[in-house]
Write a new protein. Structure first.
Length: 129
């Protein structure tokens, strides 16, 4: 009888642990903001075509986002100190909407709502000058 209880308790604990892992895996994942170190644009952004050399003084910052079907994530893109936002772009199967400020060009940061209709991974880019 004692062995049965230990086995049952172990099975319940394992089931609870697995459900916690499954719940954690479905949360949106947004990376920390990073700066592109390359001198060429990774995507078409603003007036800069994909693969074109970035104008002097321009940088591209980005965040990667992973979403499950129907999820939404709030993402803030921030220009490095002394720079201002100029344009936004994306890659992958995510979509974004500007939340505030609606006219972000020249501002230090912008808040976005990122969505996906299916399980998706993508990257949000911001051109800063």
């Amino acid at each position: 009888m004692h062995k049965f209880r230990v086995t049952t308790v172990t099975a319940v604990v394992a089931a609870l642990a697995m459900s916690g892992v499954a719940a954690a895996a479905t949360a949106p994942v947004v990376s920390k903001e990073k700066t592109v170190t390359a001198t060429k644009a990774p995507v078409a952004i603003g007036s800069v075509k994909k693969g074109a050399k970035l104008p002097s003084g321009d940088k591209v910052v980005f965040r990667t986002v992973s979403l499950a079907k129907g999820q939404t994530a709030s993402v803030t893109m921030t220009a490095p100190k002394g720079k201002a936002l100029r344009a936004l772009a994306k890659s992958g199967k995510v979509k974004f909407t500007v939340v505030s400020p609606k006219k972000f060009a020249g501002k230090a940061s912008v808040k976005l709502s990122v969505t996906a209709t299916t399980k998706a991974k993508g990257t949000i880019y911001a051109l800063v000058r």
